[in-house]
Design a protein around this ligand. Structure first.
Ligand code: UD1
Length: 434
């Protein structure tokens, strides 16, 4: 059997890593790892001992080292066999160019399956191209629905799920969404959340990272203000436990940073709905600088889109000098995981972080009005509260979450074994259609 799996942008990488490992394990021993009692279906491991040939295609949507390469290195993803080199552009440009290039790959390679993960532009482009070439398509993380058609990812999900042959869902709400849309039962398999496989596999390793080292390596304040690379941190602190870390160099040259390791908030923002309009972005910036940073350190990891928009709206220039605000470049997977493990609270518009907060128990304010991941919400036992971009609401829930952080419950089958269930579902599909 030949499988082509596709990645395009940052959130894909942590989802494909465990799937590739599952294929590798299967090729070593087709029955290894396929004995999990948590597999919820009555299907048995494939008796077909045929090796799986796997090719990884990177569409090239994210190309910066920090948005792509660092994830390959840390998560030990083999280098992509083919890079389509699509790069940045409008959505039509990205999708159109991906389809043109991916069609060539499919014609040359003739795989049995195309596997897509998540909701980025690659899944729209590659599912349509695969089906037009009469190749079976499997969507990992199928069935998520925000109901928000202004969200590019929602359109991607709807199209990919409508035409894919096998829909592997991360939770039972997603399975139900697909049933409501009339998807035949045999196409839907509840397998759990594949991203949690990566979290569980890397938790211990991330625990070895020192917060102060992460800051020093990725510090944007200093680079922006001086044009130089980051200063080395003082080794007066271990960067763990309750001690204060102090960054010499940046401290003396730019601003005073008394960093209380045990009490910091983390923020990430990148959705067009939050960052592309000054009327929305400016009050958020004002809330964090005037209120959050008045009480504790806020670590803000800045996505390239957000940085561009902050500069466009002239909101960036005063940020480096802001007391208690640490601006970081986009972090590697392990660095972000480490911050999340220690954060007092997360402010984010990322779906993946909502999920990771739910497993790690970090209270999470989701700066969106809707979510395609309701299992992460407090009312379903998760860690997250939807706060949109209304400052009153953000403020109220910010203080409420600090006061009552809650104890999230891990959703069903977010157990670190989803990748093998994904591969098993593909093998079973093949067996059943013989
Ligand atoms: C994409 C995904 C989104 C995902 C996000 C995570 C879609 C529709 N959106 O959004 O679901 O949550 O990735 O990051 O697929 N840029 C760089 N370097 C890069 C990549 C991008 O500087 O390596 C800049 C470019 O100026 C680009 C902007 O960031 O215009 C936005 O990138 P783009 O790929 O269009 O979408 P994201 O906002 O990253």
């Amino acid at each position: 059997m030949k499988i082509v799996s596709v990645v395009g942008a940052r959130p894909n990488f942590m989802k494909i890593a465990p799937f590739i490992r599952a294929i590798h394990n299967y090729n070593i021993n087709p029955n290894i790892g396929f004995t999990s009692p948590s597999y919820p279906h009555s299907l048995s491991p494939s008796s077909d001992k045929e090796q799986i040939t796997h090719l990884l295609v990177h569409t090239g949507q994210h190309y910066d080292d920090r948005m792509s390469k660092s994830f390959f290195e840390e998560l030990e993803i083999p280098e992509a066999d083919i890079n389509l080199g699509v790069g940045s552009g409008t959505h039509a440009e990205q999708v159109g160019q991906t389809m043109i290039e991916f069609e060539k790959v499919l014609k040359a390679e003739k795989p049995d399956w195309v596997v897509i993960v998540g909701d980025v532009n690659a899944i729209l482009a590659c599912s349509v191209t695969a089906k037009k070439e009469h190749i079976k398509c499997c969507h990992i993380e199928a069935g998520l629905r925000s109901g928000d058609m202004t969200m590019p990812e929602e359109i991607n999900r709807l199209v990919a799920d409508r035409i894919s042959d096998l829909l592997l869902t991360p939770d039972l709400i997603s399975s139900e969404n697909l049933r409501k849309e009339g998807v035949p039962e045999e196409k839907i398999k509840f397998v759990g959340n594949i991203m949690i496989d990566t979290l569980e596999a890397n938790r211990e390793k991330a625990g070895g990272f020192k917060i102060i080292d992460i800051i020093s390596k990725n510090l944007l304040n200093y680079k922006m203000a001086t044009g130089k690379t980051s200063p080395q941190p003082s080794r007066s602190s271990t960067g763990t436990g309750s001690s204060n870390g102090e960054i010499i160099g940046s401290k003396s040259e730019i601003w005073n940073l008394e960093f209380e390791i045990n009490d910091f908030a983390v923020m990430t923002l990148h959705r067009p709905s939050n960052v592309d309009t000054k009327e929305i972005l400016e009050p958020i910036v004002r809330f964090i600088t005037d209120e959050v940073c008045a009480e504790r350190t806020l670590i803000w990891t800045i996505h390239p889109r957000t940085r561009k928009m902050l500069e466009t709206f002239s909101l960036f220039k005063n940020l480096p000098d802001q007391k208690n605000l640490i601006l970081l470049e986009p972090l590697s997977y392990l660095e972000m995981l480490r911050l999340n493990m220690e954060a007092r609270i997360m402010l984010t518009d990322s779906g993946g972080l909502q999920e990771e907060c739910t497993v790690l128990g970090t209270p999470c304010l989701t700066l969106r009005w809707n979510t395609e991941r309701p299992v992460t919400l407090r009312e379903h036992g998760g860690a997250s509260v939807l706060v949109g971009n209304n400052i009153e609401r953000i403020r109220k829930e910010y203080y409420a979450a600090l006061e009552n952080p809650g104890k999230p419950v891990r959703p069903e089958l977010w157990d670190g074994k989803t990748a093998e269930r994904c591969l098993m579902a593909i093998l079973d599909f093949e067996d059943e259609s013989k």
